[in-house]
Design a protein. Structure first.
Ligand code: ADP
Ligand code: MG
Length: 701
């Protein structure tokens, strides 16, 4: 496989394609909106629609869809064919500007948090011309032109993840421009960017098919620990197996075709775990592309003999999967605003202003940031002795930490740690200048040289909410700072003073040590930093006055929209745990118990036979007793789980109470059901155990 220019983006209606296919004046108009955020001139829509349709048809597309991000963390599409009957039994292919710009899907069939009644259905999807349309190419399936859109209710509220993200990008861009203006810089635009690293597991498809839990819930609800996990540290960056390499080749080809700049791939920490990272770019486009990526991971896996697990915690006992959102701001002139440069960092006042704004934002809105990385699966990672901890802190590294300390003590920094030369001790190895700062793997919000890496996000999550949260909280601090500094008569002096003041106030959020240690938990508590371990405890922070004020101040989301999202999150939690519980019941009642009872009976028959020969059969007798006691324990646990599930119904009209009930009474009870099953797995013959084991799933890809 060559990487050829034509391959890159062949399925995306990219800028280059638009330039080639649109009338010059139309392209120019569209570019104004894409590049500078100018309002879209809708009169060009017909012209764009024709070009888009012709291009899509050449790729084999027969249908088009408005493609949007409802509040499910996934995407939605409803296909319409390009066919239009003309009345004489024939048809023409039709796709108009009107159809490109707006459609009316049923707004009540998606999570709306009460914003839409079942009977009040109208909703709108509206074209986002800044994110390239693309043709979804399913081998042997329909090829569909997908048009990225926002999704709003008839009453005007956002029902999706794209609208607030777009708004937040405008907001943080505008506020960053105000700061840059103080330095005499006037780029046209500042764009929030993200490079999302995506972790995932690949398991053998046939084995996956036999695991109802993986198919229905995305994670194993049962499974005894294998003899080997990840303790040897021999999977991270390890040699990629042939079959996985084939998967990666197919994956890259598909991603590149969609215009996704897939760059880095490697084996991750846990057995059967891998990572893919595209090159960073515009947050909105990266968010769309991350959704395409997750979809493509699953599709390519299915056709190369795998199943791809994107769940945050498919297996107990080994690492779960997350997303690392590498966040930064870039100007239209190409200046990276989160990059302090290599030299004279101590004098880089502009960077120090952005740094102070970010530290203040993260400290003041730590709970909200934690919430933005909340989904049911992520509860298994955050606050559960796994990377990263649920406590939000910022890692700066030695060099920035030293500068921050100088500013805090003296009001300004005058020196910065110098980079040392590395000499390998062998002349054949080149020398080089090392970074002045180490990296920290345990920090949830880590400075990594020219960006901040938010490492808390769950693997299944849309990256929209973490992104629009960071954009908005940083915008609010930049705005506060600009308000003060725009009035200043002595800009440099006042800016330094303001930076020092803010760093002093928010220093507690900086932590450069081991975020996994128990000492940090105690230290964070002493500093007054929140440690929110469960999703259900994070959700209330979406609707506090402070959050509402923040989002309303910049028009990113209003109170009604925030309250609705909180309800959606509570309901999502309760429903997810409910599905897991019911899957457990089904697996125990219909797969595990029947097999164990058969096995036990067979042993018992054997024991009777042994005894008839005058043999004691004491080992057999002991095994039967061990199995029987676990079986009894399991039966009791299952009965109890059923009873608890029945009781959940009474909370259904109160989403918060419902979610809490599911956490306290159902989720917390899962281990009681799981324990006897996992013990039975180690007692029953491997030829009869109905489920592929952890060993098979993790080591026999
Ligand atoms: P890591 O060493 O953290 O695992 P990876 O190479 O897997 O790093 O991914 C790093 C991600 O950060 C990539 O998506 C990369 O494009 C992105 N990135 C690099 N520089 C920037 C930047 N200035 N702003 C935002 N993202 C960036
Ligand atoms: Mg990585």
């Amino acid at each position: 496989m060559d990487i050829s220019a034509e391959m890159l983006g062949e399925r995306a209606f990219s800028e280059a394609t638009m330039r080639a296919r649109l009338p010059k004046a139309v392209f120019k108009e569209l570019k104004k909106t894409i590049d500078y955020g100018a309002p879209l001139d809708t009169s060009i829509a017909d012209s764009v629609a024709i070009a888009m349709r012709e291009w899509a048809k050449e790729l084999g597309a027969t249908h088009y869809t408005h493609w949007f991000h409802p509040l499910t963390n996934g995407t939605a599409e409803k296909h319409d064919s390009f066919m239009d009957p003309v009345g004489d039994g024939t048809f023409i292919t039709e796709f108009t500007g009107k159809e490109l710009i707006k459609a009316e899907p049923d707004g009540s069939s998606f999570p709306s948090g009460g914003l839409r009644d079942t009977c009040a259905a109208r909703g709108y999807t509206v074209w986002d011309c800044t994110s390239p349309a693309f043709v979804k190419d399913i081998p042997d399936g329909c090829k569909v032109l997908c048009i990225p859109t926002i999704f709003i209710s008839y009453t005007g509220e956002s029902l999706d993840f794209k609208t607030p993200l777009l708004r937040s990008m405008d907001v943080v861009g505008e506020q960053a421009l105000r700061i840059l203006k103080l330095f005499g810089k006037t780029p046209v635009k500042v764009t929030a960017t993200v490079g999302p690293e995506q972790e995932y597991f690949l398991v053998n498809k046939e084995k996956y098919e036999k695991r109802l839990d993986l198919k229905i819930t995305g994670r194993t609800l049962f499974g005894a620990q294998p003899p080997k996990g990840q303790e040897m540290d021999d999977q991270y960056f390890a040699v990629v197996k042939d079959k996985v390499s084939h998967f990666m080749k197919e994956l890259n080809r598909d991603l590149w075709a969609y215009g996704i700049p897939a760059k880095t791939q490697h084996n991750e920490g846990a057995p059967a775990q891998h990572e893919i990272a595209p090159i960073f770019g515009n947050s909105n486009i990266a968010c769309d592309q991350n959704q395409i990526l997750m979809d493509t991971l699953k599709r390519v896996a299915a056709r190369t003999g795998f199943a791809c697990l994107v769940h945050e915690k498919p297996f107990v006992g080994v690492n779960g999967s997350g997303k690392h959102n590498n966040w930064s701001l870039v100007t239209s002139d190409g200046e990276k605003l989160i990059d302090p440069g290599k030299e004279n960092i101590e004098n880089n006042l502009q960077f120090q202003i952005f740094l102070a704004a970010i530290l203040a934002a993260v400290d003041d809105h730590a709970e909200l940031l934690r919430l933005s990385a909340s989904c049911p699966g992520n509860d298994h990672r955050l606050g559960a002795h796994e990377a990263p901890p649920a406590i939000i802190s910022v890692y700066l590294g030695d060099q920035l930490d030293d500068i921050v300390n100088q500013i805090i003590e003296n009001g300004e920094a005058t020196t910065s740690l110098q980079r040392k030369m590395y000499r390998a001790g062998s002349l054949v190895i080149p020398t080089f200048k090392m970074d002045a700062t180490d990296r920290n793997r345990t920090s949830p919000f880590a400075f990594t040289g020219n960006r901040f890496e938010f490492r808390m996000v769950g693997a299944t999550q849309s990256i929209s909410m973490p992104q629009f949260t960071i954009n908005t909280i940083v915008a609010s601090k930049l705005s506060d700072m600009a308000d003060i500094l725009e009035k200043s008569e002595n800009f440099e002096e006042d800016a330094k003073k303001l930076v020092a003041e803010m760093l002093r106030k928010h220093q507690r959020i900086i932590f450069n040590g081991n975020g996994y240690s128990d000492e940090w938990v105690k230290e964070a508590e002493r500093r007054g930093l929140p440690n929110i371990k469960r999703m259900v405890d994070a959700i209330p922070y979406l609707t506090t006055d402070k959050t509402v004020e923040l989002f309303e101040r910049f028009g990113v989301l209003n109170r009604r929209e925030l309250e609705a999202r909180a309800i959606v999150m509570y309901e999502n939690y309760a429903k997810t745990i409910n599905v897991e519980a019911r899957t457990m019941l089904e697996m125990v009642n219909r797969q595990i118990m029947p097999v164990v009872m058969d096995y036990e009976t067979k042993l018992a028959e054997g024991l009777v036979a042994l005894k008839s020969l005058g043999v004691s059969g004491s080992a057999q007798s002991q095994i039967i007793n061990d199995i029987d006691s676990r079986l009894g324990e399991l039966k009791v646990a299952i009965k109890e789980l059923e009873t608890r599930l029945e009781k959940a119904e009474q909370y259904k009209n109160d989403p918060k109470a419902w979610a809490h009930y599911y956490y306290d009474e159902i989720f917390s009870y899962f281990d009681t059901v799981r324990k006897p099953v996992d013990e039975l797995e180690t007692m029953v013959g491997s030829d009869v155990w109905p489920l592929p084991t952890y060993e098979e799933l993790l080591f026999e890809q």
